[in-house]
Design a protein around this ligand. Structure first.
Ligand code: SF4
Length: 316
């Protein structure tokens, strides 16, 4: 399905909950949020129906997000229910409990957030002393045969001193690591991110090692090979190297709102249609119409029209 700018939309980021077992400083406000009631959240059957309709529109890749998707009870069976390639982004705390079941349910890959290898800093960043469980979870996913990628959001003066150490950890563990530029959404705007080029220079990664402007994946990451290893260092740079012109994604919030761009509140309420008896054709047309008006690009820094949802309510 193409949007109003002619971009091929083939990827849905699907938030299954606004709850999380961590309280990351740049995601969840200190005062917390008013969480959705269970009845507000889409049921697995409603999600399955929407995913079926979207698959018919050419959206064949789903990423389960949150809050933290693994806190949603029964999420393993949801992976099994969805008629498409399913991936997950998780904070890893509960991964060791579910890795084998997720693999059996057909999970195709997992991105684990790992912003620090320092237990005290982990606690400072997330409010929880859970680094050990995250590292166990990463190992459990790898042991279960689920492809693992690590995601790190470098923040100036917080975890930027660990970039080399995180790369070493990834290389030793044979995982790709991606550094994601901080986006000024919600409480993240109180922090300062690190431009990708600064890290590339610091790590001494030379252009010859990277595909010029090429991408080695269907996502926005640009990868460099880690010397002497099969692993890669990736950079997702929405602030310094906007990739909106090739954006291929839309998002569905846990309460069924189809968001067509991360920054803006544009979209349509699919839960309302589902629960007011709309047929699949009506829902399909609503999706096509919303995607037709997908914003051409973000303008982070200029907040007019920005969504007021927090990152924990969007799912990244
Ligand atoms: S900011 Fe919006 S248009 Fe740009 S890549 Fe993200 S979702 Fe796509």
């Amino acid at each position: 399905m193409t949007d109003g700018c002619g971009r091929e939309i083939e990827y849905l980021r699907l938030s299954v909950t606004d709850k999380c077992n961590l309280r990351c400083k740049y995601c969840m406000p200190e005062e917390g949020i008013r969480h959705l009631l269970h009845t507000d959240v889409l049921s697995f059957e409603e999600i399955q129906r929407l995913v079926g309709i979207m698959k018919g529109l050419g959206i064949g890749k789903m990423r389960l997000t949150g809050g933290e998707p693994l806190v949603r009870k029964g999420v393993v069976s949801l992976v099994d229910m969805l008629p498409c390639d399913v991936y997950m982004t998780t904070n890893g705390c509960m991964l060791s409990e579910y890795a084998r079941a997720l693999k059996e349910a057909g999970l195709r890959g997992v991105n684990v957030s790992l912003d620090t290898l320092d237990a005290a800093r982990f606690k400072e960043l997330t409010g929880r002393d859970e680094l050990g469980r995250v590292l166990e979870g990463i190992d459990a996913a790898a042991d279960a045969g689920i492809p693992v990628k690590l995601n790190c959001v470098p923040i100036r003066g917080v975890n930027d001193g660990e970039i080399e150490e995180l790369c070493d950890f990834a290389r030793r563990s044979s995982f790709d690591i991606r550094f994601i530029e901080l986006m000024p959404i919600g409480c993240a705007s109180a922090h300062t991110g690190i431009p990708s080029d600064e890290i590339i220079e610091r790590l001494g990664l030379t252009p010859s090692e990277s595909p010029s402007d090429g991408r080695l994946s269907s996502g926005p990451a640009k990868y460099y090979r880690q010397e002497g290893s099969g692993t890669r260092i990736g950079f997702i740079s929405p602030m310094s190297q906007k990739f909106c012109d090739t954006c291929n994604r839309i998002r569905l919030t846990a309460d069924g709102f189809l968001k067509t761009c991360l920054q803006y509140s544009n979209g349509t309420d699919l839960r309302l249609l589902l629960r007011s008896g709309a047929d699949n054709d009506t829902i399909r047309r609503a999706i096509e119409s919303a995607v037709g008006y997908k914003p051409p690009a973000h303008s982070f820094g200029n907040d007019s029209g920005s969504d007021t949802r927090r990152m924990v309510q969007i799912g990244g």
